[in-house]
Design a protein. Structure first.
Length: 156
């Protein structure tokens, strides 16, 4: 069994193996990343979308705590390490062609998953304004649970 481009995961042998087999063989993109969609394990609310490289996926599977790849910092990111809102993974799924990971998690602390302090990164709704142009409206049910400046420091 060969591994995919320097990852601990084996490469899929065929389309059938990829789609119906029992081997996890994620299809990382040219940057070595796979998309990760994270939802709440209790109600399936979409909490965030991020990326994982092979190491982040391996750490997630090995520890049961969600790890991601920060494209801006170019480093592994253990979700909640700074804020205290760690994500305990309850289930991991992969899509049909193994190029997207779905994590079902329980979030510790105050339950915020977004760096803005909200439960979900999806706290704005796209609506149509009076001039027929798309605009954003706040989902008032997802108010900040912590002050990001106090947790992460003021941004300059």
């Amino acid at each position: 069994m060969t591994t995919s481009r320097n990852t601990p995961f084996p490469a899929a042998g065929s389309k059938d193996e990829l789609e119906t087999g029992d081997v996890l063989s994620p299809r990382f993109n040219a940057d070595g990343l796979v998309t990760a969609v994270t939802v709440d394990a209790s109600d399936n609310t979409v909490l965030m979308v991020a990326h994982m490289n092979a190491e982040a996926l391996r750490l997630t599977l090995d520890t049961g705590i969600a790890h991601y790849w920060s494209r801006s910092r170019r480093a592994i990111w253990k979700k909640g390490e700074t804020s205290g809102n760690m994500q305990s993974v309850r289930e991991v799924r992969v899509d049909c062609d193994q190029d997207c990971i779905l994590l079902k998690v329980e979030t510790a602390g105050d339950g915020a998953n977004c760096h803005t302090g909200r439960r979900s990164c999806f706290y704005r709704i796209v609506t149509t304004g009076p001039d027929a142009r798309a605009q954003l409206a706040m989902d008032e049910s997802d108010t900040p649970r912590f002050d990001p400046n106090a947790v992460y420091g003021a941004k300059t």
